[in-house]
Ligand binder design. Structure first.
Ligand code: NDP
Length: 287
């Protein structure tokens, strides 16, 4: 009898609430197709109080893993069988991988960022300034500290979370951590090598200006933005116009996905195909 339904694909989920604006499925499905992989990536809206039931579903249906985004990045931790090193330090998980029947929590956001940074410059020995202290900033700060950055300066509007992240870096990693409260326009201190906007500022359709005095950016600095859409934010464009080397937010997004696929399948996939799929998506008017 002819098979009418192919049940052989390896399943990967993306759990969040909401997920309708999350572009990850688009780039994952594009690269699975390009690489000829029998994988499916399924975005599913899961309310906070249904995460445990959704995770039981993952186990029952034999999913190889899943990404999790807000509001599940911390709440998933007690349900898991173990954590990778950086996920443990950050206290947040964005990627769950089934390994020998155990579901292990990883964080690929920071690793995605460091991969894109390492294409441009060494991290070891550098001084980084991170604007923001939320999930993205936390992932970047911890992963750069694990890559032997010398110093990480956290600048944040809300002092408590900024201070807490600087202390985490200072006390739990080999890097030195410092906190500067954000008051008005930030002047970049002397000695900073890498400046990162890790706030929500600039995410389409937001047009707020990143609160950095752009005259204090120097051409020898690397300046990057976590915002993936638009890929070339006004912040990145202005920094490039001043001679800084820039990295856009697509680098982090693509690389975290590439690392997750390596975890799930063992396969290295094309970053270029993933990046192009996002550029195509963001060029459409609905985005
Ligand atoms: P969070 O909500 O966890 O943190 C947001 C951070 O931005 C906080 O530090 C917040 O400061 C700060 N912030 C927000 N608005 C302002 C403002 N107007 N002025 C000053 N500071 C502000 O979000 P995430 O860290 O999870 O995400 C941040 C951005 O990173 C999002 O736009 C997301 O799209 C992007 N991102 C990109 C990824 C990629 O792969 N490229 C991966 C993950 C995230 P405060 O503490 O004072 O509220």
């Amino acid at each position: 009898m002819t098979k009418v339904v192919d049940c052989q694909s390896t399943l990967i989920a993306n759990f969040g609430m909401p997920v309708w604006e999350n572009p990850t499925e688009f780039m994952m499905e594009a690269v699975f197709k390009h690489e000829g992989m029998k994988y499916r990536y399924i975005s599913t809206e899961v309310p906070a109080d249904k995460l445990e039931a959704a995770f039981e579903g993952v186990k029952a249906m034999g999913y190889k893993g899943f990404n999790c985004t807000l509001p599940h990045k911390q709440k998933i931790i007690p349900l898991l069988d173990g954590l990778g090193e950086s996920a443990e330090l950050m206290g947040t998980v964005n990627c769950v991988v089934e390994r020998n029947g155990q579901y292990i929590g990883e964080n690929t956001d920071g690793k995605g960022y460091t991969e894109s940074l390492k294409e441009i410059t060494e991290i070891a020995g550098k001084t980084l300034l991170i604007l923001g202290a939320g999930g993205a900033a936390r992932a970047i700060a911890v992963e750069c500290a694990l890559e032997n950055a010398a110093k990480i300066i956290i600048v944040n509007r809300t002092p408590s979370s900024g201070q807490e992240l600087a202390e985490l870096v200072d006390e739990k990693t080999g890097a030195s951590g410092e906190f500067i409260p954000l008051e008005g326009e930030l002047k970049i201190p002397e000695g900073v090598d890498i400046v990162i906007n890790a706030t929500n500022i600039g995410l389409y359709p937001d047009t707020t200006k990143v609160p950095i005095d752009m005259t204090t950016l120097k051409p020898n600095m690397v300046v990057s933005d976590v915002i993936p859409n638009p890929p070339q934010t006004p912040f990145i464009q202005k920094a490039a116009a001043q001679g800084c080397t820039t990295i856009d937010g697509l680098g982090m997004l693509v690389n975290q996905g590439k690392i997750a696929i390596k975890y799930w399948s063992g396969k290295e996939v094309s970053a270029q195909v993933m990046r192009q799929s996002l550029l195509d998506l963001f060029s459409k008017s609905i985005w």
